[in-house]
Design a binder for this molecule. Structure first.
Ligand SMILES: Nc1ncnc2c1ncn2[C@@H]1O[C@H](COP(=O)(O)OP(=O)(O)OP(=O)(O)O)[C@@H](O)[C@H]1O
Ligand SMILES: [Mg+2]
Length: 473
């Protein structure tokens, strides 16, 4: 069962390298230190450096006086290459200046011969401890970095709908309650699930994701809850399930609507009791896991159809995070498009901006595949645009050209405003087609359109359509 790292420090053997040109010294030192640690030896500094570069040593114990390269030079080479390796120097010819220089170069300690064996053992022990603390600190730093990199702040979304979602997700993160993330395909449900984990007190524990729809029905239960050896044909070993793997962290159950009913019953029990029973075992194991589930199907409908259990639904739906479809938050589109362009833009010579026309096409498209579709469209457009400085309409996928007006919840149009908007666009489209047909000849166009020349001029001006743009060269 992995609780997210952390060794039992004291018992671990250190990896030491003893460097001395005299064979009897090497033997004496490796006997002395070999009881508690794994010790390897090198007869010179050059050989030692090669070994350090190749292998993972914690502490190097080196003589100072050696032919070819001395211990202090070795020390500075080590600190250049692997500063985290601790170095203990030993010498028979101690001088204060040399000792000061060694410490300044980063030696952990400097011992003068003759020394008590215990003295060296203790110094090495402390050096190891410092190395481990440094490693631990770096590990935690890395974890924190990763947690920050997958937090809510990494999700693009200034729209009111997304800001409200983030606020609720933040509250969910501080609790241990189950979370149900719902939304159409490609809206960012998994991103939200990971962010809830990353911002929770479980961030340093595991995040285990499983797609319930992808598991073969016969194996669902053994995958989730584990199995005992011989529980069924093919169960050749005891195996922990994903619940146990996620101990101390978060279990992400994606496509929860696809979970078969018998597994739903068991899952409900696990959520209720905080314990799992492996298939084929009688004893129960306590698991400390927060469950985040996601679905792109309407679970209420699935319940009505008898495909989803009500008791499970209520257990899961404690925090309900509904990720809105992209067409209901079109104000996020420019920032998302810029975000993906920065990711896929192809560096220095690639496109860095969208033309106003391209942006307007992105804004008025309905995005049935949501953010994922936008991500793909931008990636493709960046590739198509190649060395161009801007992405234009022609680089975008063709379906965006024929953009129907979307009913955008974000704009919160009244019915009247919406209908007016559609009329405006239709009117403009008509005028453009008309000008094209008559090559910008307003008099002929007016006749065809059944209107006066003057009023057609007014209409064209209002819509910003210029007849001169349609005149043949
Ligand atoms: N708000 C956002 N900001 C940045 N990237 C996003 C955002 N929403 C989604 N994405 C990106 O869009 C893609 C799809 O997101 P994700 O996989 O989380 O969607 P999903 O809802 O789980 O989709 P599905 O239902 O198909 O599994 C991912 O590459 C994700 O990084
Ligand atoms: Mg998903």
């Amino acid at each position: 069962m992995s609780g997210g790292g952390g060794d039992s420090g004291a018992a671990r053997r250190g990896h030491l390298l003893v460097v001395d040109d005299k064979p009897n010294m090497r033997r004496m030192l490796s006997d002395l230190l070999g009881e508690q640690h794994d010790v390897r030896t090198a007869e010179g500094a050059k050989r030692a450096l090669a070994m350090i570069t190749a292998g993972a040593f914690d502490v190097v114990v080196s003589d100072i006086r050696m032919p070819e390269m001395d211990g202090v030079e070795l020390l500075s080479a080590i600190k250049r290459e692997q500063p985290e390796v601790e170095v203990v120097l030993i010498t028979a010819y101690a001088s204060v200046e040399r000792a000061v220089e060694a410490m300044r170069l980063g030696a952990y300690h400097y011992l003068k011969k003759p020394f008590e064996p215990d003295e060296l053992v203790v110094v090495v022990e402390r050096a190891l401890e410092r190395k481990r603390l440094a490693e631990r600190a770096r590990h935690l730093e890395g974890e924190l970095e990763r947690a920050r990199a997958s937090g809510l702040s990494q999700i693009v979304g200034q729209s009111r709908a997304m800001q409200a979602l983030f606020a609720l997700a933040r509250r969910a993160a501080t609790s241990d309650a189950t979370v149900l993330v719902s939304g159409e395909s490609g809206t960012g449900k998994e991103l939200v699930a990971r962010a809830v984990h990353a911002e929770s007190s479980r961030a340093r524990g595991p995040f285990v994701a499983v797609n319930c729809g992808a598991l073969p029905e016969a194996l669902v239960e053994s995958e989730l809850f584990g199995h005992a050896r011989g529980a069924f044909t093919g169960a050749s070993d005891d195996k922990a399930g994903l619940f146990e793997e996620a101990h101390g962290g978060t279990l992400f159950l994606d496509e929860i609507g696809d979970l078969p009913l018998p597994a739903q019953v068991k899952l409900t029990r696990v959520l209720q009791e905080g314990r799992v029973r492996r298939v084929g075992e009688t004893r129960e194991r306590v698991v400390d896991v927060r469950v985040v589930a996601a679905t792109n199907v309407d679970l209420e409908q699935a319940m009505a159809d008898g495909r989803f259990r009500q008791d499970l639904y209520y257990r899961l739906n404690i925090f309900a995070l509904a990720v809105p479809p992209l067409r209901e938050r079109s104000s996020d589109i420019p920032a998302l498009a810029a975000f993906f362009l920065a990711r896929y833009g192809g560096g220095e010579n690639g496109p860095r901006r969208f033309t106003p026309a391209a942006l307007s096409a992105l804004l008025s498209y309905s995005w049935p595949g949501n953010v994922r579709q936008l991500e793909n469209a931008v990636q493709r457009a960046a590739a198509v645009a190649g060395g161009e400085p801007q992405i234009d309409v022609e680089h975008l996928p063709p379906e965006l050209g024929q953009a129907p007006v979307s009913v955008s919840g974000e704009l919160e149009l009244s019915h009247r405003e919406y209908v007016d908007l559609v009329k405006e666009r239709a009117s403009r489209e008509y005028l453009v087609a008309l000008m094209r047909r008559f090559g910008g000849n307003v008099a002929q166009a007016a006749q065809c359109a059944g209107t006066e020349r003057e009023s057609l001029h007014r209409l064209l001006r209002r819509h910003g359509v210029r007849p001169s743009d349609f005149k043949a060269e």
